[in-house]
Design a protein around this ligand. Structure first.
Ligand code: LLP
Length: 389
């Protein structure tokens, strides 16, 4: 939980803002780095989850690579100091401009998702007299058993190359002299909490990678993507994700050919728990059947509840401190923002101590896909994040 000193600090800041506990982030990074070393896995952090520079610097210093999904992310990763040979560039719709940025920086590899993309990459690389290393993102048709909007590995999704098209693609690749195929890439979705799903993924990847072997193609690296979920119900114990079990599954079920590197692109599981959205109660309004706690953050600051009906624990830090020793009654509030949309709601019937104007509220586990998805709809202001050690 938050110390009274930090709550005091929150009181003095202009709200809403993101708070990041870099101490917790460091612990998480150390844990992941230790396991990666044990299993000899390479971690490429997925910048899309949170691209704040102090956070990226810690990840870079821990020896992680960078998984980028836009030209700007590639540029940022290079600027922060990630070695070019540890930068991967993914994405289903890379523009020529973005591809050129990555070619100029000599990044490690492009994760490619269509034949046309590979043909264009070949042309652009030829113009620079370079050879682009690629991984083929293959759609494995494995159900991630997560929210429909963040499922990416089913036939109906726009991502990856279908297995049925691979034979023809290999023929095409023979004509492309500025492309070197070195890896296979898979990413089936995000916030995956049923870890059995990853066993299924391993078995499918084994089949696909054996097929490539039969075609006489040497695959240097297998990239299993990200997707490990976190427990949004448990921010208090600072529960980080179950990395032990996650990596153990890949170690057991993924067939690794001699010298083959195994890459992961984790985002959420690394940064979600270290971040909170800190906001303030503007008004309390008692509706006919519902009490509303209207706060100064909205879906513009944290879009996940509006977009995916996702749960984030909500704590009233001011009232919890004031009533810490007392057995006070709880009140049910709909915690809503100021935006002109009814989906602008962080939680319905949230049990909180009686709350009042000015109270500081923390919306927990918001370090991943929180700040990166901020919009300025309604011409909203934006405050800088607060980092603590
Ligand atoms: N690799 C690729 C190719 C991805 O598309 C993603 C996430 C990752 C890695 C990292 O996945 P993670 O370890 O973070 O699950 N905005 C949504 C999540 C979108 C995920 C997009 N892709 C949310 O707030 O839940």
């Amino acid at each position: 939980m938050f110390s009274s000193m930090i709550i005091e600090k929150f009181q003095q800041q202009s709200t809403p803002f993101y708070h990041y506990d870099l101490g917790l982030l460091n612990k998480t990074i150390e844990h992941v780095a230790g396991l990666a070393k044990k299993y000899q896995f390479d971690i490429h952090y997925a910048l899309k989850a949170n691209s704040n520079e102090p956070i990226l610097k810690l990840l870079k210093d821990a020896g992680f690579g960078a998984d980028c999904v836009s030209g700007n992310e590639v540029k940022l990763a290079a600027k922060v100091g990630f070695d070019a040979k540890s930068i991967l560039f993914a994405g289903v719709g890379k523009t020529d401009k973005e591809i050129n940025i990555a070619l100029d920086l000599d990044i490690k590899a492009f994760n490619c998702e269509s034949v046309q993309e590979i043909e264009i990459l070949n042309e652009l690389a030829a113009a620079k007299n370079k050879t682009a290393e690629i991984s083929l993102r293959i759609n494995p048709n494995v159900d991630a058993k997560t929210h429909k909007y963040i499922t990416t590995g089913l036939d109906e999704n726009k991502f990856g190359i279908n297995q049925a098209d691979l034979a023809q693609l290999l023929q095409t690749l023979k004509q492309l002299n500025h492309i070197q195929l070195t890896g296979l890439h898979f990413h089936i979705g995000s916030q995956i909490t049923d870890l059995n799903v990853f066993k299924g993924l391993c078995l499918r990847v084994n089949e696909i990678s054996n097929w490539f072997k039969e075609q006489g193609i040497n695959i240097e690296h297998l990239n299993l993507g990200g997707g490990l979920g976190i427990d949004y119900q448990q921010p208090d114990e600072h529960c980080i994700a179950d990395f032990e079990q996650y990596f153990a599954i890949f170690d057991e079920f993924l067939e690794r050919k001699h010298d083959q590197q195994v890459h992961f692109e984790l985002g959420r599981s690394i940064v979600a728990q270290c971040g909170n959205l800190i906001t303030r109660v503007v008004f309390i309004k008692n509706g006919l059947n519902t009490n509303f706690a209207i706060v100064d953050a909205g879906m513009t600051e944290l879009m996940r509840p509006a977009l995916y009906q996702s749960y984030h624990q909500i704590d009233n830090l001011t009232a919890s401190t004031a009533t810490a020793d007392k057995d006070t009654e709880k009140v049910l509030y709909d915690v809503v923002g100021p935006i002109c949309e009814s989906t602008d709601c962080f939680g319905r019937a949230v049990e909180l101590p009686e709350s009042k104007r000015g109270d500081i509220i923390a919306i927990r586990s918001a370090g991943a896909y929180g700040e990166v998805m901020v919009s300025n709809y309604n011409l909203r202001d934006r405050n800088s994040p607060l980092y603590t050690a």
